[in-house]
Design a binder for this molecule. Structure first.
Ligand code: UDX
Ligand code: UDX
Ligand code: ADP
Length: 464
């Protein structure tokens, strides 16, 4: 048997692009992406997709209405599919046991229950969401109680795409990882990817290795960023230059050059969540030393964000109160409109708590999204947001539609996302429009080569 109908539950940053690529590369497979969120499905069916991702529009528009469908008809799609991907969100739990660390598996479990309830015949269920190791055990148990006597194989197929480069990563992945038990079921999924991925890059493992590899990969990547960020603090104290140090160590083939860019801190929906999840798992399995080791990666990241703001305050004569600060970029990295766990959220929060006035410009992030993030981060648990904090959002946050507008009359610019367009502005003109001395705090070292000092700026980067 070969797969002819795929259903993917969850039309998010992972499910949407991944299924679009499968549809694009496998014209013989009918792909349905389903979601409970009607607005999101409507966006996938519109001219403005819910996700900004270079190259995604062309691929979606090429297959949509042919072998790629976005729909809220979840049960019908489950029923007719041979293979069902679960690609729903697995956020950090905010309540109960493991709050702040463990993954909230509510949505995954709900999907499994739904599949158990409506499926008929034999289905291959694929975990695409990042899950704690041993989750497949729970999924299998739920599926074993299927209403219609249907049978299942459960596979783990974690996604390694990074936002901003999702299409490139999907087209030419370093590897595709498939974990499973029954050889024939694994082969069905191998055959899907083999439409475009060389088979030597399709790795197969047991279920648990696959589940754990995803968490481990993200933990290692985040650890490299925290490691170089830790060294950036030492560089600032010693006149070493972190970019020079990174280049020097990166030439060692055992270390390698990637993921050594010092920054204001890593963000995104995965790194922090997955490490906290790993920490929780280690504690659960009675390994407190291992838990503490990994937790330090997240702590270092928090420290890096705090350090960025305290350096700004210290440099600007120990006060930013009532000073306008231009924020260039709010997304957690360039080429995405995603703001989940973006360093910008925490930097802006801390600047607001210092009573600064921030003016934000990001080419892809909406005002509404920024406000939502700030409301969340300034809320105090179940009590919501206090009147004083609400006042900060209402009266100390404004939005601009360009770098120039954000910076006009400002005391400082904080570069928080490395958007390419930020390097292309007229810095002389911007300097003229600002209060003096005009400071640039570059959280991405993106403008380092632009010699901003020649335009009159006082320039501070990360780690030099
Ligand atoms: C190290 C550095 O590699 C070298 O660049 C530096 O100049 C001196 O320190 P060395 O200590 O001689 O060299 O050996 P290395 O190959 O780095 O191994 C160090 C230890 O790590 C050994 O005990 C080795 O068995 C262990 N190791 C290394 C592992 O356990 N796993 C690995 O994957 C690699
Ligand atoms: C990450 C993993 O890379 C990907 O394999 C996994 O599937 C999901 O999580 P993503 O979060 O989309 O992808 O982006 P990534 O490029 O990994 O960047 C994460 C954060 O680290 C960003 O905030 C980025 O700015 C920061 N980063 C990355 C650095 O600060 N320095 C670096 O050298 C690399
Ligand atoms: P990711 O980055 O992992 O793709 P997202 O939050 O972008 O995560 O997407 C997850 C999607 O899964 C959301 O659009 C959400 O509405 C959807 N979802 C969550 N639970 C269910 C469910 N039980 N049935 C269908 N869709 C769901």
């Amino acid at each position: 048997m070969s797969v002819s109908k795929i259903c993917c539950i969850g039309a998010g940053y992972v499910g949407g692009p991944t299924m679009a690529m499968i549809a694009h590369k496998c014209p013989n497979i009918d792909v349905k992406v389903v979601d409970i969120n009607e607005t999101r499905i409507a966006q996938w069916n519109s001219d403005t997709l819910p996700i900004y991702e270079p190259g995604l529009d062309e691929i979606v528009k090429g297959c949509r209405g042919k072998n790629l469908t976005f729909t809220t008809e979840i049960d019908a799609a489950i029923k007719e599919a041979d293979m069902i991907f679960i690609s729903v969100n697995t956020p950090t739990k905010t309540f109960g046991v493991g709050a702040g660390r463990a993954a909230n598996l509510e949505y995954v479990e709900k999907c499994a229950r739904r599949i158990a309830e409506v499926a008929e015949g034999h289905k291959i269920v694929v975990e695409k969401s990042t899950l704690p190791v041993r989750t497949a055990e729970a999924v299998k148990r739920i599926l074993s109680n299927a209403s219609n006597g249907s049978t299942f194989d459960v596979l783990s197929n974690p996604e390694f795409l990074a936002e901003g480069t999702a299409i490139e990563d999907l087209l030419d992945p370093d590897r595709v990882l498939i974990g499973g038990e029954r050889k024939e079921a694994i082969q069905e999924l191998v055959d899907v990817y083999a439409h475009w991925v060389p088979t030597d890059r399709i790795l197969t493992t047991n279920l648990w290795s696959s589940e754990l590899s995803k968490l481990t990969a993200n933990a290692f990547l985040a650890q490299r960023v925290s490691s170089i960020n830790a060294i950036s603090a030492l560089c600032e104290a010693t006149e070493a230059d972190v970019d020079e140090v990174a280049a020097a160590i990166g030439t060692d083939s055992r270390i390698g050059p990637k993921f050594l860019k010092a920054s204001v801190g890593f963000g995104g929906s995965c790194f922090q969540k997955d490490i906290l999840n790993l920490v929780y798992l280690c504690e659960y399995f009675g390994l407190p030393e291992v838990a503490q080791y990994w937790e330090q990666v997240v702590r270092m990241n928090d420290y890096q964000k705090e350090r960025f703001v305290s350096r700004m305050v210290r440099t600007m004569f120990n006060t930013v109160s009532d000073k306008k600060i231009a924020i260039w970029g709010f997304a957690f990295k360039k080429d995405t409109n995603d703001t989940r766990e973006s360093a910008a959220i925490y930097v802006v929060r801390d600047l607001l708590l210092e009573k600064a006035r921030v003016c934000i410009y990001d080419p892809q992030v909406t005002k509404q999204q920024v406000i939502q993030e700030l409301e969340y981060v300034l809320s105090e648990g179940d009590n919501g947001i206090s009147p004083a904090k609400r006042e900060l959002i209402d009266n100390h946050v404004t939005f601009a539609s360009s770098c120039e507008e954000a910076s006009s009359d400002a005391h400082a610019i904080a570069v928080l996302t490395e958007w390419d367009e930020f390097a292309e502005v007229d810095f002389g003109k911007i300097h003229d429009s600002m209060k003096k001395p005009a400071f640039v705090f570059d959280g991405r070292n993106r403008l380092k080569q632009k010699n901003l000092v020649d335009s009159g700026f006082e320039y501070h980067g990360i780690g030099f």
